[in-house]
Design a protein around this ligand. Sequence first.
Ligand code: UDP
Length: 236
Amino acid sequence: MGLKYRRILLKLSGESLMGPQGFGIDSLKLQHYAIEIESLVKLGAQVAVVIGGGNIYRGLQAVESGIERVQGDYMGMLATIINGIALQGALEKCGVYTRLISAIEMKEVAEPYIRRRAIRHLEKGRVVIFSGGTGSPYFTTDTTAALRANEIDADILMKGTRVDGIYTADPEKDTTATKYDKLSFANVIKQDINVMDMTAFTLCRENDVPIIVFDINTVGNLVGIVQGEEIGTLVS
Ligand code: UDP
């Protein structure tokens, strides 16, 4: 079966890793993502993952506790590496070949980021996990996802969330909210819809990288999207 998207960049937020305890890493969640990613690899898709760190630390948190923003951001980036190691472990348990890459050099645990090398891993069928964000403060892992999606020439940026797409209003607060199946980049801007932060969004828009916002917790969604099913909201 032909795949609609062959090379994908999956953005997994740190928050998506935390379970009911609301902090840290939940092993069942981790296992769920690993199994979903494994199915994608079995289909023949090339998978890169950008992992967030919000389940452990966010730079903005630092400011509240008297730590400087830049230092807080580095703490946040290190948190993504912790998550990256955890995801790598879970994928390896499923028998998936992986490479953990860090934008902040940490050669004992992760490869440094070398674009051509990362692409080579993808071509060989290895799941590439990008950790450490962009390596620079003042950015987010959404922006990292947009940046890496462009750099590796991904067919799609898949943003996994708790809701099944983009709505006219917050569906967790407004019961009359309805879901968009498709949106243009221009309409997202015109209607001031928050898909990703502006830096991330602009990177995708300027370089025509489509974004799919979808529910990451529903089994089979990742595979369905890659096979061309209409799941979530497509921004293109
Ligand atoms: N961060 C950063 N530069 C980057 C990516 C991330 O400084 O390129 C820091 C930032 O402080 C951020 C934290 O790392 O709050 C964790 O990332 P993020 O909040 O994007 O994680 P997510 O929301 O996806 O869990």
